[in-house]
Design a protein around this ligand. Structure first.
Ligand code: ADP
Ligand code: ADP
Length: 229
């Protein structure tokens, strides 16, 4: 379990005059689903880096179970997993790609998690083009498959917190909705931080924040924000 407390966190890049993140405070108890919205440059990526301890706050604190995140060192990856828009996959079977999430996973565990994300029929599949040695490029899984493989890997990691950094960018709307559904069905009880530049799926989150010039410009549930509260 992870209780996350973001307490008046600010960050300024050395090369900038203004703060990329300014006095942001958030409490994320285990299981909370937060959406972070806002235009490009608003401070979303910087906030994610601060949450993961990849940047040290210029002021304020990020605490995970009362410990500053930077004191966790590498073991922060046991707490937080990230699914981003272009997960790195290897040109090998789906099963081998999943094992990266949990190297000692049993065949049964691989089968189970593959079923959870709708990859059952593809466990031993190779990216298209793999069996065509003449083809020098073009080895690939489809966009939707890639995200499902990466999601399964995240699930195998068993972290209490998962960050979704625009994972549906570039997918067609149908595939996007399917991936969203699969994610929501499989992340019960996990803390979710969902970064997005549009509102699709945001209604599934407990709380939404809009970042503007590094600050939280609006905050509330989907219903509250739609009602203009
Ligand atoms: P978002 O993810 O919402 O697009 P960012 O966190 O990337 O926002 O950016 C917030 C602000 O910080 C912007 O003004 C951006 O130009 C600046 N910024 C981001 N990364 C760097 C960096 N590596 N060096 C200097 N400034 C940066
Ligand atoms: P495109 O822009 O057409 O999606 P890119 O070659 O730019 O294709 O690849 C985008 C991302 O997909 C990169 O992160 C790359 O590592 C990854 N990728 C490329 N080939 C494969 C593959 N066979 N399986 C999984 N991921 C791949």
């Amino acid at each position: 379990r992870a209780d996350m407390e973001i307490n008046r966190v600010s960050y300024r890049y050395a090369s900038d005059d203004t703060y990329a993140v300014q006095e942001v405070s958030l409490h994320l108890p285990q299981g909370k689903r937060l959406a972070i919205l806002g235009r490009s440059g608003g401070g979303k990526s910087t906030l994610l880096k601060l949450i993961q301890g990849a940047l040290l706050p210029s002021a304020g604190k990020v605490l995970i179970n009362d410990l500053p995140v930077q004191t966790l060192g590498e073991s922060v990856t046991d707490v937080i997993a990230v699914l981003n828009q272009s997960p790195h996959l290897f040109d090998t079977t789906v099963a081998n790609n999943l094992r990266i999430g949990r190297p000692h996973a049993t065949e049964e565990e691989i089968r189970q998690v593959a079923a959870q994300v709708g990859l059952s029929g593809l466990i031993e599949s190779l990216p298209q083009g793999y069996d065509t040695p003449m083809l020098e490029t073009g080895l690939r899984f489809s966009g939707g498959e890639r995200q499902r493989i990466a999601l399964a890997r995240v699930l195998l990691r068993e972290t209490p917190v998962v960050i979704f950094d625009e994972p549906t960018v570039g997918l067609d709307p149908v595939t996007e909705r399917e991936l969203m559904r699969t994610i929501l069905d499989n992340l019960q009880g996990k803390t979710m931080i969902w970064v997005t530049h549009h509102l699709i799926g945001a209604e599934q989150m407990d709380e939404l924040i809009f970042m503007e010039n590094g600050k939280i410009a609006m905050q509330g549930s989907h219903g509250q924000l739609l009602a203009g509260e």
